[in-house]
Design a protein around this ligand. Structure first.
Ligand code: PLP
Length: 439
């Protein structure tokens, strides 16, 4: 009888980790069957696992790496900062530079306060909006993710059975155990792709709302651009009812030099960013006009929102963020977005030539695979049944076997070290894998 195949180092690591970490890892490991590859190191757009396998990284740490791994200018900047100490109970000049950089890229980011994650950025913006307006309720779009925070964990992934309330509006549904019932009453859920219903809901609820949180290229709502009609509805409701608009650009900031909002016609009051503005280190930021951002200014002695944090504005994240943005110039963005366009066109053309019932959404450097023939316009058309979710996971895993890392819902993000050759590789492998799996 032949001996059972030797365990890979990744498999052994996973077995060990599952004993001390619920779910087997912090890194969405539960979606990788039978186990995730463990990363040893990264080089540009490649990650090398502890078994020595080179994997093309389209997950880019949940889209936070715009320059891939170990980008020399970021490493140099972090090494220099680290040599002088990692954190102080004092400000450093680097936080001024990063706030100035954001203000120079986007006039709506006149002032900024840093924190350590996108979740914190959105929750701080929401608290700020409540303090400014004196209202408590907020609105968000169905299926849209804005971090791990009670109000934002409403209706992340409702199934068709609980899509509607009694008046056929999107119901506020708890998506995470531990979210209090009261939060459901304080969170109004809007449809991402139904302007008429969105307008009706806002006409009814608008005057109770402190803020509407919006990501105009929401990944869980399909990675489809928000329509001009919805944008128009939001502008009108905010103006009419004094609601603040919070743009969650935690991912979508990468779409253009000044972020996502302006090109979509949104006029946000507060902007939450994170991910690429930290160059691969933990970061979050809330930005807005000096007038609105004064809600975070304790020096004025009025009742204000406290937005502190032991590592907020730490010099390592600031240094990495400065280097990341310095190399994410207009021309670098255009080149990367061009690669994204070519990838989407190549995959779409191949799907239609091969008669594969799948679509490929996205914009700029972001993309997502959908199975079936539906025209994906938002959360409900992007919704995957449990069976379809299994198929998506099988495709993700088959892609990994082919040496390409996607996120668990088969979305991905490009990074600046990628070239036409990586684009062809992703397109060819994806089309072949999808054709085989859906055949
Ligand atoms: N907002 C959006 C749109 C996100 O995609 C994410 C994370 O993926 C967050 C907020 C939360 O950011 P973080 O994971 O840094 O807390």
């Amino acid at each position: 009888m032949s001996a059972p195949p030797a365990k890979s180092r990744s498999e052994s690591a996973y077995v060990r980790e599952a004993k001390v970490v619920p779910g087997g890892s912090m890194r969405a490991a539960q979606w990788f069957k039978p186990h995730p590859p463990y990363a040893a190191r990264g080089e540009g757009c490649w990650v090398i696992d502890i078994d020595g396998r080179r994997i093309l990284d389209c997950a880019n740490n949940f889209f936070s790496l715009i320059h891939g791994h170990a980008f020399p200018p970021i490493l140099d900047a972090v090494h220099r900062a680290m040599a002088g100490g990692t954190a102080f109970g004092l400000p450093t000049e680097s936080e001024i530079l990063l706030a100035e950089t954001l203000a120079a890229r986007n006039p709506r980011m006149e002032q900024t306060r840093f924190c350590n994650s996108g979740t914190e950025a959105v929750l701080s913006a929401v608290k700020g909006a409540r303090a400014i307006t004196g209202r408590e309720r907020i609105a968000k779009f169905e299926g849209c993710y804005h971090g791990a925070y009670d109000w934002m964990e409403v209706s992340l992934d409702p199934s068709p059975a609980n899509w509607n309330d009694e008046s056929c509006n999107p119901a506020s549904v708890r998506s995470n155990a531990g979210v209090p019932e009261s939060v459901l009453r304080e969170t109004v859920v809007l449809p991402y792709d139904d302007p008429q219903r969105c307008a009706d809901i806002l006409r009814h609820e608008g005057r109770t709302l402190a803020a509407i949180v919006v990501d105009p290229l929401a990944s869980r709502a399909g990675t489809v651009p928000m329509s001009k009609e919805i944008v128009g509805v939001l502008r009108e409701a905010c103006r009419r009812d004094g609601i603040l608009l919070i743009a969650d650009e935690v991912i979508s900031f990468r779409l253009s030099f000044d972020g996502a909002s302006r090109s979509f016609g949104l006029e946000p009051d507060l902007i939450a960013t994170a991910k690429i503005i930290g160059g691969g280190l933990p970061i979050g930021a809330v930005s807005g006009s000096a007038d609105l951002m004064s809600v975070f200014n304790h020096a004025e002695g009025k009742p204000k929102v406290s937005m502190g944090g032991t590592f907020s504005g730490n010099p390592l994240s600031m240094a990495a963020g400065l280097a990341s943005l310095a190399h994410y110039s207009q021309s670098a963005i255009e080149r990367l977005n061009g690669l994204g366009d070519r990838l989407r066109n190549k995959v779409r053309d191949s799907f239609s030539a091969a008669g594969v019932a799948a679509s490929f959404t996205g914009m700029g450097s972001l993309f997502r695979l959908h199975l079936g023939g539906a025209n994906v316009t938002g959360y409900r058309t992007a919704y995957t049944s449990p069976e379809k979710t299994q198929l998506i996971r099988r495709i993700q895993f088959a892609m990994l076997e082919e040496g390409i890392l996607l996120t668990p819902n088969c979305s991905g993000a490009l990074s600046t070290p990628m070239t036409e050759s990586e684009i062809s590789l992703i397109a060819d492998k994806l089309v072949a894998v999808v054709a085989k799996q859906v055949a």
